[in-house]
Ligand binder design. Structure first.
Ligand code: NAD
Ligand code: WQD
Length: 346
């Protein structure tokens, strides 16, 4: 199959490209590199030994996107392209709605024009909002707590409407929990801009000596040790989930949401402890006040993905930390150094 991957140069996109290529699919990547670097795709080529087309364009540029569709016989689209920083979305809501919502509208218009109606969309566990009971099931009521989360909710609604208007649309809404880890080669991984907002990249940058200490956002939650609990999922398991979702959308028409998580929750302190053990590095930390908008715990009911996609996560918390540490210690400055040096091998 030939699959268009929007945002394919990003963290989850690169890992998914590897799995798609290894499974024998052809891919075309569309990315504007607003939060990624071309070198990440060079690494995908290195890992897989396969060539693929890359088109540098913004999703909102329907003309260029149309050219990609007219030059390629696309069977399905995996749509990762989006902005994802919760805090930034609060200060720049229009940028988030413009990029995420308007970008998706353009993509869907072009897909419709070219009669490509198989779509896998990157949603997020953030759509479960603040008042739901864990484990989160797909049929819970949803609510957005910030512009980023609302952009995902809006897109889910738009895609529902699209399917109602034409049942030929076949759509999987994948609600990721907390993606972490890296490819076992250590060649691709998460490379946040500036100081990371998320826990795992923050811990790994403390471990490698780039940051001094972790701030633990609250130890007074009603959880086993008072710190927040999350469902961390290895990015390679997540990538494999996309392969399963593609198979499903190609086979059946319809629109379905699926949680992609492990179904198990770990606290901030537990994750930190496991990371210390696997890296052999001390992670100094300080407990500070809660971060606005955080929930005490978030983890998935994963039974629907298991039942309908025949998918479940295989990699545990230790492998997540080992692979993150391998990537971080091999690439302390992410993709930066190698790109500047113009060398794609390390
Ligand atoms: P990422 O920022 O690493 O990747 C997103 C990619 O999309 C980047 O390469 C960026 O340059 C590209 N992009 C953004 N806007 C674009 C546009 N208008 N046109 C073309 N390209 C554009 O993020 P990621 O972690 O790989 O996340 C991928 C998707 O999964 C996002 O939609 C994100 O909201 C969603 N998601 C991520 C997480 C997470 O914690 N990483 C959790 C849940 C959902
Ligand atoms: C995990 C836990 C923090 C940083 C976010 C988005 C969500 C999704 C995934 C895109 C929480 C604690 C964190 C730190 C800490 N992304 N923490 N110190 O908030 O569950 O989810 O990423 O869709 O939409 O909101 O992930 O990694 O930021 O936090 O103590 O420096 O770690 O309080 O309990 P979160 P996270």
């Amino acid at each position: 199959m030939k699959i268009l991957v929007t945002g394919g140069a990003g963290y989850i996109g690169t890992h998914t490209c590897v799995e798609l290529l290894n499974a024998g699919h052809e891919i075309v990547v569309v990315d504007n590199f607003s939060n990624s670097k071309l070198v990440a795709l060079e690494r995908v080529r290195e890992i897989t030994g396969k060539l693929f087309e890359v088109c540098e364009t913004d999703l909102k540029d329907g003309k260029t996107l149309g050219r990609v569709f007219s030059e390629n016989q696309i069977d399905a689209v995996i749509h990762f392209a989006g902005l994802k920083a919760v805090g930034e979305s609060v200060s720049l809501p229009l940028r988030y709605y413009q990029n995420n919502v308007a970008g998706t509208l353009t993509l869907c218009e072009v897909m419709d024009k070219f009669n490509v109606r198989n779509l896998v969309f990157s949603s997020s566990a953030t759509v479960y909002g603040q008042n739901n009971q864990t484990p989160f099931r797909e049929n819970l009521s949803l609510n957005g707590t910030n512009p980023y989360g609302r952009s995902k909710l809006m897109i889910e609604d738009i895609l529902q409407d699209l399917h109602s208007s034409n049942p030929e649309w076949s759509i999987a809404l994948l609600r990721y929990f907390n993606p972490v880890g890296a490819h076992r080669s250590g060649k691709i991984g998460e490379d946040p801009n500036g100081i990371p907002n998320n826990l795992m990249p923050y811990i790994s940058q403390v471990a490698v000596g780039k940051l001094n200490e972790l701030q633990v956002y609250g130890d007074d939650y009603e959880t086993k040790d008072g710190t927040g609990i999350r469902d961390y999922i290895h990015v390679v398991d997540l990538a494999v989930g996309h392969l399963k979702a593609i198979e499903k959308v190609i086979l059946d028409n319809g629109i379905e949401a699926y949680n992609l998580g492990t179904g198990s929750g770990y606290s901030v302190m537990e994750l930190t402890q496991v990371f210390e053990n696997v890296s052999g590095q001390k992670i100094p930390y300080k407990v500070v006040k809660r971060r606005a908008g955080d929930v005490a715990e978030s983890y998935a009911d994963v039974s629907k993905a298991k039942r309908e996609l025949n998918w479940q996560a295989k990699k545990g918390i230790v492998e997540m930390c080992i692979d993150t540490w391998h990537w971080q210690s091999k690439n302390p400055n992410g993709y930066k150094c190698t790109e500047e040096a113009g060398a794609f091998k390390n």
